[in-house]
Write a protein that binds this ligand. Structure first.
Ligand code: AMP
Ligand code: ZN
Length: 468
């Protein structure tokens, strides 16, 4: 099967033609570990996990190497450690443990390799030495800078003109740069900052710039040229443009990766997520607190909600979207209860994913399978179960697993369930006055009832959630 992906470099959908089909190699820029991963960080993790799964399906489980790095040297990390008065290594270790714990709630596979920047300082130094030797980089005031003018093709990934890039770079011009566009490969460390022996004959100890970290980690684990380089759209410039420049210049190759993939940004209820706007949400907030939408959310609900929008489009993270994903997974769980997960994923879904990860189309095919399953097709129920499993959306969950903890803070769930039972009884006796009174009493407490039917037995069933 052909896999087509939109390539930022060529600005079109390209057919993936693996350099070595027995070892398809992809790299994704992972989180900087100074704080818990936010829900925006979860988007590339979820999307590129699905790509990893697709490639394993097409090329074989052992034929794909996925490296997702951890950036554990960075100014933000140093600043946070100083603020909290903790050692930098303790902060990054704690944050990495939290990241793994948060990701364990999602149905994502661990990447093949999770390289950490601090474990690749030697490779970075070697690469910098090579760039200096090849006269693509120079030393100035204990910094090593990449000289952009030495690479004619600079700017081709982000498709920016030199004028535009220069205008951007002029905002922050350091005196030691030969040209405002030149970027840092290595810089001196201030007191208290992590430091390593410097390359290129610099006496003062120092630390790497951000871009060289990814070039060195990708080069070490995936080779000079590999198949797919991925990350969020914010990284196209300067991060990926600079990675591409350094890697090609150091390895003497025309390319770093065949295909460059970028996911669109996530916003929250229509606004850019930020601490100051008060809409900053972490994965942990979603799965372990009732901060968003008044309940905790099952990790697979987050995954399905994320995949409801094509990865290249911006996504608006809303309670409504999550409620829909939750209701869908509940329904799918009912339809696939007691059905084996172990079959092959549905080929039409695979074909949709192989077309630039068209998840909206894949999900509408899943809804079609659900419809047939609802009408009694055991075959389609099995296809649904196996495809959900393939996508990381199902293990052994039942409807109840998606319920989440609603508003534990100020509503007594046992009381609500007891009132619902009382109301169902009243309704069975056609005592609608009592039924309405109970509904209104609960609404006054901020609890919204939803009447429906148990999909298996057809009996009346009432669910509840906290009113927005
Ligand atoms: P960072 O921790 O900022 O280095 O980001 C880690 C990854 O998450 C990168 O691939 C970013 O492009 C991506 N990312 C950060 N914020 C968002 C967002 N709001 N929406 C989508 N992706 C994001
Ligand atoms: Zn990177």
């Amino acid at each position: 099967m052909d896999v087509q992906l939109y390539n930022t470099l060529t600005r079109q959908k390209d057919r993936l033609e693996p350099i070595d089909p027995a070892n398809v190699r992809m790299y994704a820029c992972g989180p900087t570990v100074y704080d818990r991963a936010h829900i925006g960080n979860a988007r590339p993790i979820i999307v590129y996990d699905l790509l990893f799964r697709l490639l394993r399906h097409v090329y074989g489980e052992d034929a794909v190497t996925y490296a997702r790095n951890i950036t554990d040297v960075d100014d933000k990390i140093n600043a946070r450690a100083a603020d909290e008065g903790v050692a930098i290594g303790d902060l990054t270790q704690r944050t990495i443990e939290r990241l793994h714990d948060d990701l364990s709630h999602l149905g994502v596979l661990p990447p093949t390799i999770e390289p950490r920047a601090t474990a690749h300082i030697d490779e970075m130094r070697t690469m910098i030495e090579t760039l200096v030797a090849r006269e693509h980089a120079y030393v100035a005031e204990d910094h090593v800078l990449f000289q952009v003018a030495t690479l004619e093709t600079y700017g081709r990934l982000s498709n920016r003109s030199t004028d535009e890039m220069e205008a951007g770079a002029r905002v922050d011009v350091a005196p030691y740069k030969r040209d405002p566009m030149d970027f840092v490969l290595w810089k001196p460390s201030k007191d208290g900052e992590p430091s390593w022996p410097s390359p290129a004959g610099i006496k003062a100890p120092g630390r790497p710039g951000w871009h060289i970290e990814c070039s060195a980690m990708a080069g070490k684990h995936l080779g000079d040229v590999f198949d797919i380089h991925a990350g969020g759209i914010d990284l196209v410039f300067p991060h990926h443009e600079n990675e591409l420049a350094q890697s090609c210049a150091a390895h003497g190759t025309p390319e770093m990766a065949s295909i460059w993939l970028h996911n669109g940004f996530l916003r929250v209820e229509g606004a850019t997520m930020s601490k100051s706007a008060g809409n900053f949400i972490t994965i942990h907030d979603m799965v372990a607190s009732d901060m968003f939408g008044g309940r905790t959310w099952n990790g697979k609900v987050l995954q399905l909600a994320m995949l409801g929008v094509h990865y290249r489009q911006p996504i608006d993270w809303t309670v409504e979207r999550l409620n829909q994903a939750r209701a869908t997974l509940m329904e799918f769980a009912d339809l696939t209860a007691n059905v084996s997960n172990d079959g092959a994923p549905y080929e039409e879904v695979i074909a949709a994913l192989a077309d630039d990860l068209n998840t909206p189309r894949a999900l509408s095919i899943l809804h079609g399978l659900a419809k047939s399953a609802r009408r009694g097709s055991a075959e389609k129920a099995e296809a649904l179960a196996a495809t959900l499993r393939f996508m990381g959306l199902r293990e052994t969950e039942t409807r109840a697993d998606y319920r989440g903890d609603a508003a534990a803070a100020d509503v007594d769930a046992d009381m609500v369930e007891a009132k619902i039972a009382e109301r169902l009884q009243a309704r069975a006796q056609r005592d609608f006055a009592t039924s309405d009174r109970i509904r209104d009493e609960l609404l006054a407490l901020g609890v919204q009832l939803k009447d429906g039917k148990n999909p298996e037995t057809g009996a009346p069933m009432t669910t509840w959630e906290r009113a927005e």
